[in-house]
Design a protein around this ligand. Sequence first.
Ligand code: GDP
Length: 455
Amino acid sequence: MYIRDTIAAVSTPPGNGGIGIIRVSGEQAAMVGNAVFRPVYDGGLVSHRFSFGAIVDPASGEKVDEAMAVYMRSPRSYTREDVLELHCHGGWLVVERVLAVVLSCGIRLADPGEFTRRAFLNGRIDLVQAEAVMDIIASKSDSALQLAQKQREGALSARIDVVRGFMLRALALVEAYIDFPDDDLGETDLSAILASVSEAQEMISSLLLTFEEGRIMRDGISVLIVGKPNAGKSSLLNRLLNENRAIVTHIPGTTRDIIEETVTFDGLAVRLLDTAGIRHTDDLVEQEGISRALAKIPQADLVLAVFDASREFGQEDQLIFDALAGCKTIAVLNKTDLQQCFVLPDEARFVDIVRIAALSGDGMDILKHTVCRQFLHSVAPDSREFVALSRARHRDALVTAQQHLQQFSCNLKDRNLELLALDLRGALQSVGAVTGQTATDDVLDLIFSSFCIGK
Ligand code: GDP
């Protein structure tokens, strides 16, 4: 439910910074501005103009800070309501004091994400775009940011609207016959309905195919480095991180626990996990490290199997082969600076093979590109046509819509118009939940509660 009271919150991150921004939204925004802000120059607050002045406590008249204030009259604001922003010094105490003075005017502290929720409820953005705002803030890689910006601009919403359009056309025709029960469903209208439904089905299917790539662009991938002791796993990790994170020695069995770090390869977030060298050992600590490594293998998006190319393929390498059955794996042949005597058996089980020398860094760029190529293959994200689903919520809603459309196709043979309309309404309901037309308060609460306060 949307109660149109006036809300305020600190919109800059907690802690100390150059500037702290307190945002107010609602009908009382101008009243708050006039009560707490004393402009240095005459003219008061003019919409969409910054003015310089002082924040004062209206109760005592005491000056709290120097500030810039901007008032944005509805509807030209983030929430489409009247909005006031006070830009004061960025110390946490002064920001808290300005917020206290603002709240003392009789308005309330905003809930997490409430400004964006109001932007949604007032029709400025849809639910996909609201979620994209959150993704922009949380982005940790170029690919995540590019995808979030695309969704905020409305690329996915536009596709969803086209799908809805097809469904609405089909439903309008079906309902027309329900309203005139004496008319039989004619061949022309039947084929128009079928055409619209199959267009919708095709578009949903192609959107669902983008989910895996979208999820990866948004959340990144996990890449597990495995191999026998001394193959060069830690050297590889250090090279990929550009720092000496893992201990490198010629003594086998030094890495006991899993070392985890995140980097970006070509703009994609990659969580690298270096593991204990896999071999038969009597050392209990090393055994524990090895079982942890083996347990991680099925969870990884990709495995880098590192082999020492200066030695012959041996029993320990065979252990790695056995552990990797069914996993997406790149064979990384290391130590190519030394005399080569390694022959990789069964090359076909690897998605790719890359030769490197972790000691000198040779082959690192090729390896990074090869990793990315495994996951990002569609249209470039900055191109116009690029659209990808990235949230399970969107995927699940579209899967449900697709099920309703399949049900529609099954019910078609009986020509039961009421049932057909029911299937189409179900599909519309599911698709509408993505962009928010049919989202319930519970769903909105869930989505916006994961926002930060002040957004
Ligand atoms: P890990 O046990 O698999 O983590 O292997 P390390 O990264 O600790 O490396 C084991 C030994 O191999 C160290 O002495 C490294 O300096 C050496 N090493 C690693 N990569 C290379 C390489 O590309 N060429 C050469 N010549 N030695 C390497």
